[in-house]
Design a protein around this ligand. Structure first.
Ligand SMILES: NC(=O)c1ccc[n+]([C@@H]2O[C@H](COP(=O)([O-])OP(=O)(O)OC[C@H]3O[C@@H](n4cnc5c(N)ncnc54)[C@H](OP(=O)(O)O)[C@@H]3O)[C@@H](O)[C@H]2O)c1
Length: 253
């Protein structure tokens, strides 16, 4: 896997020097055969289709993408910043919630409910009809409640793995490197425990369109912690690297 990733993204230095895989903006120009989009369309996009179709480079004023990219007209009720905050956490949350798959009436726990993936996962699990418990730190309890979680647990005060409560699905949206959950005793007999770094995800266009539709109907609200201008990219990454952002950090150009 390491060799494959090296071949794709570069060994000693990145093959593509400009990072970034999410964007929202206006179509400035389109090829003659393009039918899905026209000049002036307001769009948002996720520029990775698969591990071998890594088209990074959105930290820039312009980005050239094929017509069949994960790209769609921006929901008119969202700003560009909000639209850009939709795909990353939303696609990952959908991908892993489908591992359940989440069904109406199930008890679902989202660990790391205040991050980019977690804030989307709480809202999406509610959309699928689950009863949702979100786990986060004290500062984020109100945020996670506002996203519709039925119960919010503060991990600095209580440990859900010893409460006796059982869940049909537990999503660790923090990742194994920061949080190894020993939660087998918190699962129902057929319950599942999934971690967001269990595997590399393959985003799907149908999921991208579902996110757009849920945002248009107000069922999915992108959470933005901070916005930074492009010139303050270093400050933005320094903040994100602390690992405690609330939802998403957006770069404005
Ligand atoms: N599979 C894939 O393709 C893929 C792609 C990208 C990322 N990922 C994984 O997804 C993870 C989450 O990404 P993200 O962008 O959603 O992260 P994020 O926005 O930085 O959110 C992480 C959340 O975790 C919480 N947290 C941090 N340390 C914690 C700890 N020790 N215990 C409990 N909660 C903790 C933080 O909440 P508090 O401030 O309340 O603590 C924060 O809100 C990444 O770390 C990575 O492992 C996987």
């Amino acid at each position: 896997m390491g060799l494959l990733v090296g071949l794709l993204v570069g060994f000693k230095k990145p093959r593509r020097p400009i990072p970034g895989l999410v964007l929202a903006g206006t179509i400035e120009d389109a090829g003659k055969k393009v039918t899905r989009f026209k000049v002036g369309d307001e769009v948002f996009a996720f520029t990775v289709k698969s591990l071998i179709q890594l088209r990074v480079g959105t930290y820039a004023e312009y980005m050239c993408l094929p017509e069949d990219s994960l790209m769609a007209l921006k929901p008119s009720n969202l700003t560009y910043e909000e639209a850009a905050a939709l795909p990353y956490g939303g696609l990952l949350a959908l991908y892993f919630l489908k591992k359940g798959p989440i069904q109406s009436g199930q008890n679902v726990l989202i660990y790391g409910a205040s991050g980019a993936i977690g804030t989307a996962a709480v809202q999406l699990a509610k959309h699928f009809g689950a009863t949702v418990t979100g786990v986060c730190s004290t500062a984020n309890v109100a945020l996670v409640q506002s996203l519709g979680a039925d119960t919010v647990l503060d991990y600095t005060k209580e440990d859900f793995t010893t409460s006796g409560q059982r869940y049909d699905f537990i999503l660790n949206a923090v990742g194994k490197r920061k949080a190894q959950l020993q939660c087998e005793n918190s699962l129902t007999p057929n319950g599942k425990h999934v971690t967001v770094d269990d595997e590399y995800t393959k985003p799907h266009l149908e999921d991208f369109i579902l996110l757009k539709e849920l945002a248009e109907t107000g069922q999915l609200k992108p959470v933005i912690d901070r916005s930074y201008p492009l010139e303050q990219m270093v400050e933005a990454h320094t903040y994100v690297d602390q690992g405690h952002k609330k939802g998403n950090v957006v770069i404005t150009v």
